[in-house]
Design a protein around this ligand. Structure first.
Ligand SMILES: NC(=O)c1ccc[n+]([C@@H]2O[C@H](COP(=O)([O-])OP(=O)(O)OC[C@H]3O[C@@H](n4cnc5c(N)ncnc54)[C@H](O)[C@@H]3O)[C@@H](O)[C@H]2O)c1
Length: 370
């Protein structure tokens, strides 16, 4: 029997859960020839086949998803990028392009969405972040590990290009910290970090074993003006910007000398698009660090005070968050991303602060000052 017919039959009869279906497809492929074992490579809807991929973003209503959808829609067309989440979208999101409900723990529904919408790229943003995860380990395990398994299986079954972000939280106290290299000891001590190392390893395993086009970037803490962070350890920075403009004072929950890698959202989203578009043959790795700037709360306060000299900061250190931050790198080594797909950040600390203040205070006197 021809290979494609066997594979299609295996996918068609895969009704009892993602793991079963993946195993059936694998068995079918194995029975034919060792060179066609990678079902991702044999699927007719490979994203390389089309000029405009059809993209699904999971967890799209968090800090990063709406901005990424905007960027991808500009590039690939409004209707080719579907945002999804388990929450109700605000009106401006609902009216600006396709949005659907999708719970990544419901693999049947997820599979239907992928098939019915002819999805070719999947950006998997759903996650429970570091601070929230430490407060609800069971939820973090379910969303970040069980949910990821559903995503991997569906992406492999349907030959999707799969992007899963990792994080500085995937490193731990025994990793080199300044900078953290691409390849080193990774023994994180948060459930978030453990689940992200798991995602990196599972994605790379599926890539080598089944040919899944898995792509992963380790994001620094992301700074954005018009979307709120979802409960991570670097959230203080975004909160400090808003407080600085609105009230002129802020209580910081990390020590003033806590240096962490940070990135402005435009750099993060551009990196994601450029990495997603990079030709597969240029990627010598499937998981890359990306770096931009690194700063402490003290550095940020000093830079903010250049524009807002009256800004008052107090410190009330949260021991749980501080312990998390103390185990994370201060900077990321990103030479491999520069070499393989041309990554280069644009925003250093002063440019980031200038841009954030301009966005947050648009319309008031501060904006005029820039
Ligand atoms: N924001 C950062 O600073 C940062 C840094 C490093 C990595 N990342 C990673 O980038 C991705 C996006 O981050 P973010 O800041 O937008 O996260 P966020 O916490 O702001 O948003 C996550 C979204 O996932 C959704 N979600 C939760 N459970 C779900 C489920 N069962 N099914 C579907 N959706 C579900 C939530 O409703 C939420 O909208 C995450 O994977 C995160 O780990 C973010």
């Amino acid at each position: 029997m021809p290979v494609m017919q066997l594979l299609r039959g295996a996918v068609k009869h895969a009704g009892s859960g993602p793991r079963c279906s993946v195993q059936r497809v694998i068995s079918a492929a194995r029975g034919v020839s060792s060179s066609s074992r990678h079902f991702g490579r044999t699927h007719p809807q490979s994203c390389a086949d089309t000029d405009h991929p059809k993209v699904l973003i999971t967890g799209g209503l968090g800090q990063l998803g709406v901005g990424l959808a905007k960027l991808l829609r500009r590039r690939f067309g409004k209707n080719n990028v579907i945002l999804s989440d388990i929450r109700k979208p605000p009106n401006h999101v609902y009216h600006n392009g396709p949005f659907i409900f999708s719970d990544i723990l419901d693999s049947k529904n997820l599979r239907e969405i992928v098939v019915n919408n002819n999805i070719s790229w999947l950006v998997h943003y759903s996650a429970v972040l570091s601070a929230v995860g430490e407060n609800n380990v069971a939820l973090a395990k379910e969303v970040n590990i069980t949910g990821l398994h559903n995503i991997l299986d569906i992406a492999a079954e349907h030959g999707l290009r799969l992007f899963v972000p990792s994080t500085i939280g995937a490193f731990g106290p025994s990793s080199p910290r300044d900078p953290a290299p691409e390849l080193c000891v990774q023994r994180p001590r948060t459930i978030y970090g453990v689940s992200k190392v798991h995602a990196e390893l599972m994605g790379e395993y599926y890539h080598h074993r089944y040919g899944l086009d898995f792509r992963c970037l380790r994001y620094p803490g992301i700074i954005s003006a018009d979307s709120q962070p979802g409960g991570g350890t670097t959230d203080y920075a975004v909160q400090m910007f808003h407080a600085a403009v609105k009230t002129g004072c802020f209580e910081c929950n990390l020590r003033s000398d806590t240096r962490l890698p940070m990135m402005y959202i435009d750099d993060c989203l551009r990196a994601t698009l450029e990495f997603l578009e990079a030709p597969a043959e240029s990627l010598l790795s499937r998981t890359y660090n990306i770096n931009a700037t690194s700063f402490t709360p003290h550095d940020l306060v000093r830079e903010l005070q250049k524009a807002l000299p009256g800004l008052k900061i107090t410190y009330n250190v949260d021991p749980v968050l501080q312990a998390i931050a103390d185990g994370w790198p201060m900077a990321l080594e990103d030479g491999a991303a520069q070499r393989d797909w041309g990554w280069k950040h644009e925003y250093d600390l002063s440019e980031l602060v200038r841009t954030m203040l301009t966005h947050i205070s648009t319309g008031n006197q501060l904006a005029q000052a820039y």
